[in-house]
Design a protein around this ligand. Structure first.
Ligand SMILES: Cc1cc2nc3c(=O)[nH]c(=O)nc-3n(C[C@H](O)[C@H](O)[C@H](O)COP(=O)(O)OP(=O)(O)OC[C@H]3O[C@@H](n4cnc5c(N)ncnc54)[C@H](O)[C@@H]3O)c2cc1C
Length: 432
């Protein structure tokens, strides 16, 4: 079936022309999902509202219809979640917000109102999902997480919800507008530098020193990413640097820059650039990665790729949050520790290889969690924007915050519409 609003718009065309156009609109939208597994889901209907009132009408209609038989639905902004069922649904309705995408600058209040279907920069990542999951940006070291830059959510302006929506994902309603605070920006330095895999230990050492000194220099961010792409056929390390000020090679990156033997270097001054614990834990994680990689190379067919991302998250990422009214992450619990985000990402072809790759994903995560725990270097916080659907990032917000979120869900959604009818992603009612 086709989105009902698109269907109304096409009602003036001859039937065969309308059907052809609608089918191609429907297929184009499916193909625009970032992940192939989401692309493969052909639900009952994609609904494409054009304004907040239509969103509200759709939710009310689905809720009313559900009195007889539950109508499950999902919300899609950019459709960038990399697993099936988060923003597309089998036997259900997808509320697709891509046409609610206006961006309006408010000079008087030095803020900008952005609708959820807008996408970040020239990527296809949606403003809706990324902001509600927390959101890490080039500016996070200095300006905090993206959700902590929201002044108001249009779903309700109730203060209880304001707090829980900052990382509350789709648990409390459909957000139809975000009002963000503004800050000045004059350009940046950054880019990608590629090394052979043999440089990994020097990279980890540089990354740890970079993270430990970041409080002295609040602007910079760095990611170290071991990567293998079957099409390239080489074990590589991809480093991404971004420093949101037009300063050539800031001193904070000196240790990285001194590592010899890079294969390519795209760093430079630019407007923006496309981003494609302890050293013992990283070293162990890398060993596990090499083992998993060797097993995959021996068995896999077709094109595939694997990235493992190491990205330090110093306290400055969340200190801003308290100034802006707080959020539900509870990262203050960790007494100013520098955390390091670890995220494997694998893509492959052919459903017959799903089990093999899913096991590889689990093998990359479970042993490293066990190892970190055994040496007291683990942390319960999981970044929701990057989490897999086999994980439970909401639990990692800590007991107090889980209680707050459960109470808000009960109070503002007494019939449990967003807990029971919206299955995609992480549900606060399911957290023990
Ligand atoms: C290649 C790649 C690069 C990435 N880069 C970054 C990065 O730099 N920083 C970062 O923090 N994350 C990054 N991510 C993770 C990304 O933030 C999440 O995948 C995010 O959820 C995508 O948002 P979306 O709107 O495109 O997703 P969607 O799949 O449309 O939605 C994601 C979730 O949010 C919910 N949702 C979406 N819109 C709304 C709304 N308006 N109201 C209520 N619920 C809503 C959906 O129900 C769904 O559960 C990246 C992911 C990929 C695959």
């Amino acid at each position: 079936m086709i989105g009902i609003f698109a269907l109304l718009a096409a009602a003036t065309l001859p039937i065969s022309q309308a059907q052809t156009r609608l089918l191609s609109d429907y297929n184009n939208r499916l193909n625009s999902y970032f992940d192939m597994k989401q692309q493969g889901i052909t639900g009952n209907c994609i609904v494409q509202p054009r304004c907040s009132n239509e969103v509200s009408l759709i939710v009310k209609s689905l809720f009313t219809a559900s009195i007889l038989k539950p109508y499950r639905f999902v919300i899609c902004s950019g459709g960038h979640t990399p697993y099936a069922g988060a923003s597309n649904i089998e036997n259900g309705v997808t509320i697709d917000l891509q046409y609610i995408s206006a961006v309006n600058y408010d000079a008087k209040n030095s803020s900008v109102k952005v609708r959820p279907g807008a996408t970040w920069d020239d990527s296809s990542v949606g403003v809706g999902g990324l902001t509600l999951g927390g959101g890490i940006s080039y500016f996070s070291p200095e300006q905090g997480l993206i959700s902590d830059n929201v002044l108001e959510f249009e779903v309700t302006s109730h203060p209880d919800l304001f707090m829980v929506l900052k990382r509350g994902n789709n648990n409390f309603g459909i957000v139809t507008s975000f009002q963000f605070r503004m800050f000045s920006y004059d350009g940046m330095w950054g880019g990608l530098v590629i090394y052979p895999e043999t440089a990994i230990h020097a990279q980890f050492k540089a990354l740890i020193n970079f993270a430990n000194n970041i409080e002295k220099n609040l602007k910079g961010a760095a990611i170290v990413m071991p990567v293998y792409q079957s099409a390239v056929g080489a074990d590589l390390i991809l480093n991404a640097y971004d420093y949101p000020e037009p300063v050539w090679r800031p001193a904070a990156y000196n240790e990285f820059v001194a590592i010899p033997g890079n294969i390519s270097d795209t760093t430079g001054l630019r407007n923006v650039f496309p981003r494609t614990g302890a050293q013992g834990v990283m070293t162990k994680a890398h060993k596990i990665y090499l083992d998993v990689l060797a097993k995959l190379k021996a068995k896999v067919t077709g094109d595939w790729e694997i990235y493992v991302l190491y990205q330090p998250q110093p306290p400055s990422y969340w200190q801003k949050s308290l100034e802006g009214g707080g959020n539900v992450l509870g990262l203050e619990r960790f007494n100013g520790q520098v955390l390091c985000l670890y995220q494997p990402y694998i893509s492959w072809q052919g459903a017959e290889q799903d089990k093999l790759f899913q096991k590889a994903g689990a093998d990359l995560i479970k042993p490293i969690c066990d190892y970190a725990e055994s040496i007291g270097a683990d942390n319960p916080y999981l970044c929701l924007d990057y989490a897999d659907n086999t994980q439970d990032p909401l639990k990692g917000y800590g007991e107090e915050n889980v209680k707050k979120m459960k109470a808000a869900a009960k109070k503002y959604d007494p019939f449990g519409v967003f807990q029971n009818l919206v299955p995609g992603d992480f549900k606060i009612s399911k957290v023990d």
